[in-house]
Structure formats: C-alpha cells, structure tokens
Write a protein that binds this ligand. Structure first.
Ligand SMILES: [Zn+2]
Ligand SMILES: [Zn+2]
Length: 216
C-alpha cells in the first residue's frame, strides 16, 4: 500500500454511463478484453469501490473462464455458452464494463425457452493454478458416455431413461425429432413389449419422445 493514499469507499451500485446500465455487487458483466480480437471477458462483480470523492471507480471481480481459456481447453461436451467460475480475482476500472449478462445454473439454462446473446451457464468451478474442476465428475449419457452438452439434441430412451445423441445411435437429427417412441439397443426387446401394453392403456399414445432442445 502506498502511504497517504486516498481512502476508498464501497459503492452499492454504479451507473456505467457509456452503456447506460447500473451495476452492483453480484452482477455478471462483460468486460473489454486486453486484445480486441478476443471475446469479451465475463466476470462477477464482488465489490465496487471509489475514492473518497466518488471518482476513480474500480470493480473487484471474480473471473469466469471460457473453456478455451482453461488448461484442458474446450472439450466436446462443453456448451458454446459455458463458463467456469474461477478462483481468479482481479480489480478493474469500471469503465471497462461493456455490458451485463446472466450466468445461469446448468439446470435453469437447459430450461430457457430461448437462449439470448447475454445468457451463459456455469456448472463447474475452476482452479486456475491446477486446472481442476469442482465438481470433478458429472453425470454422463449415451453410448459415448459424455456429459451433457446443452447445445446438442438428444433423445431419451423410454426404457432406461438414458439420453442418446442421434449420431451415436445411427440416426439423423431429423429422424430423432420425428420419433414417437424410442428404446435404446439394450432396452429394445424389453421395450417393445412394454410399448404394446402401454398402447392398450393409451398412456403414451400422443406424447412425442422427449428431446432435449437444440440450442446455440
Ligand atoms: Zn453419444
Ligand atoms: Zn434404454
């Protein structure tokens, strides 16, 4: 600390004039990257601080990492809007805030009717020194045993309730969308019997196979 430095005060909120938005602690924001060609940085504001006269406003942030910025890089199951909440804290000038965004939980993200430009999701915390994730394991689906990528279309087996990528069960996405019923290979013989019974009860008669939505 520099001696005689002006005392700081914490602000409850701050109006970022050039984007005409009010930010406060807990908000997720898009910040100007060091290089113009890079995507905007995403951060969660921890605290907003100004000098005694309310000037020189700084935001204390906790960075979200994009999969390509992580040590392991982007994996196939990472969604295009996926972010990792890192343990990397920083202080930035409030003027580098370029917009606000929403970082959803994985569950609420998969339930969005439409994914907007400013919608992201986070299911992992990320240790920037070791590259480790928390949780370090997640549920896997399909024959390929991959975690769910919410960008991908999947169909659910009515027998075992597992989800499958159309490509992994030799089906096109178009075919998958028009399926009335789906039983995976291992449930097939068992499933056909059940299906005949359920037809009698007509319980499933007009329900389409549940498909996870295709998202960008
Ligand atoms: Zn698969
Ligand atoms: Zn099955």
């Amino acid at each position: 600390m520099v001696k005689g430095k002006a005392p700081k005060k914490t602000l409850d909120s701050y109006a970022v004039k050039h984007i005409n938005k009010i930010v406060k602690a807990g908000d997720c924001v898009l910040m100007r990257p060091a290089e113009q060609s890079k995507p905007q940085y995403v951060a969660r504001i921890e605290r907003i601080e100004a000098d005694a006269r309310g000037g020189n406003v700084k935001v204390h942030v906790r960075w979200y990492y994009r999969p390509e910025e992580s040590i392991g890089g982007r994996r196939q199951f990472h969604g295009s809007k996926e972010l990792f909440l890192s343990d990397h804290y920083d202080v930035q000038s409030a003027d580098t805030i370029e917009g606000k965004c929403t970082v959803h939980t994985f569950k609420s993200y998969t339930k969005l009717d439409a994914v907007g430009n400013d919608d992201y999701f986070c299911r992992f915390e990320y240790n920037s020194a070791t590259g480790a994730f928390n949780p370090d394991r997640v549920a896997v689906y399909c024959k390929c045993e991959m975690p769910y990528n919410p960008d991908d279309l999947m169909v659910q087996c009515e027998g075992c309730s597992d989800w499958f990528h159309p490509a992994c069960i030799e089906m096109t996405a178009e075919e998958a969308k028009t399926l009335d019923h789906f039983f995976c290979e291992s449930c097939s013989s068992e499933g056909q019997k059940k299906l005949q019974n359920s037809h009698a009860a007509s319980r499933h008669s007009d329900t389409k196979v549940d498909t996870k939505r295709l998202r960008r």
